[in-house]
Design a protein around this ligand. Structure first.
Ligand code: UDP
Ligand code: MG
Length: 320
């Protein structure tokens, strides 16, 4: 990346089957950036789309020199796409934006002003409403933020988006944090730096459908908790301690009863209850440990985060 290629602003846009929203996104973002009169680049990451996303990107790149794109060999997920973006942009200020216009481009000038003139290292956005979202999704999202903030050292604001403008220094740190199981909101919070939070009203996606099923989101939430907290692991030892105490009391109770009243053979039902309860708790705790072990396993293998099949960058990192 030569000095002359360094842009003032780089936007990273992960796209997975976004043929309906891309043209509108491109138009709006370009309009905003052109008004800001600074150099910029748009790096689109085609995350293994099966629709016309890639050919739209090729057309856009042919028409507009600001457009860069990387296309993955398959779907690696938004986290992989964002990481590829961070590894391949040159901008002094960098932001990730969704392709569906749920991250309002008209916030960019204010974010740029705050980061450049007010001395912030990053300007992050958060939704203050979740209007237009299924109630059940909002409910679980809220619970997730509540729990993760209680039990982890990464401070994650409720409603925080991945849309935030960051200084080069921060981006360099994010690239260094090359963990395979990524949870970017946690990483942004974990690395610190001075952040300004810009609130905005939720917007519905302009076209197409959400790529996150409830199950995918649930797994992502578990990922976030496992990646940024060791509290679930200690649940096992607390359970163990509690059980040991209870069984001590039970032993005394049983022995005393035997000495005082003899041993009438009874209590099959309570025995079964105790055995199944303890069995259940043990399996649960082993499951928690299993989660951490499986994460460790995927980290140790050091598989690449993404594989690039096609791009229009001069020097890109094909695999990372
Ligand atoms: N996305 C991606 N890979 C995926 C899923 C999503 O790159 O496997 C992109 C998607 O194209 C969009 C952004 O991530 O630009 C956010 O996805 P979406 O709007 O579907 O999520 P929601 O806003 O509903 O949470
Ligand atoms: Mg969206």
């Amino acid at each position: 990346m030569g000095e002359q290629n360094t842009k003032e602003i780089s936007l990273i846009i992960p796209c997975y089957n976004e043929q309906e929203s891309l043209p509108a996104f491109f138009k709006e973002v370009t309009a905003v950036l052109e008004k800001m009169s600074c150099t910029y680049e748009l790096l689109f990451i085609d995350d293994g789309s099966s629709d016309r996303t890639l050919s739209i990107l090729r057309e856009m790149a042919a028409k507009d020199k600001h457009v860069r794109y990387l296309s993955f060999s398959r779907n690696f997920g938004k986290e992989g796409a964002m990481y590829a973006g961070f590894c391949n942009v040159s901008g002094r200020y960098v932001a990730v934006m969704d392709a569906d216009l749920q991250d309002p481009p008209e916030l960019l000038p204010e974010m740029y002003h705050l980061i450049r003139d007010e001395g912030y290292d990053s300007v992050a956005t958060r939704r203050v409403t979740r209007k237009g979202e299924p109630i059940i999704k909002s409910f679980f999202a809220r619970q997730f933020y509540h729990i993760i903030n209680k039990i982890s050292d990464a401070n994650i604001v409720d409603g925080a988006r991945d849309f935030r403008l960051m200084k080069r220094e921060m981006v360099d740190v994010i690239v260094v944090m090359s963990e395979y199981n990524r949870f970017s909101k946690g990483i942004f919070g974990w690395i610190g730096f001075k952040t300004y939070w810009l609130p905005f009203e939720n917007r519905e996606r302009i076209a197409g459908e959400t790529k996150w099923s409830f199950w995918k989101l649930f797994k992502y939430a578990v990922e976030g908790i496992i990646n940024f907290s060791h509290v679930p692991l200690s649940i096992a030892s607390w359970f163990g301690m509690f059980m040991t105490m209870v069984s001590f009391i039970a032993i005394i109770f049983v022995v005393v009863r035997k000495l005082l009243f003899g041993d009438p053979v009874a209590g099959w039902a309570s025995m079964v209850c105790i055995i199944t309860l303890i069995g259940g708790v043990q399996l649960f705790c082993m499951g928690i440990m299993g989660q951490y072990i499986s994460k460790t396993y995927t980290e140790v293998k050091k598989r690449p985060h993404y594989i690039v099949a096609e791009s229009n960058l001069e020097h890109d990192e094909k695999v990372r």
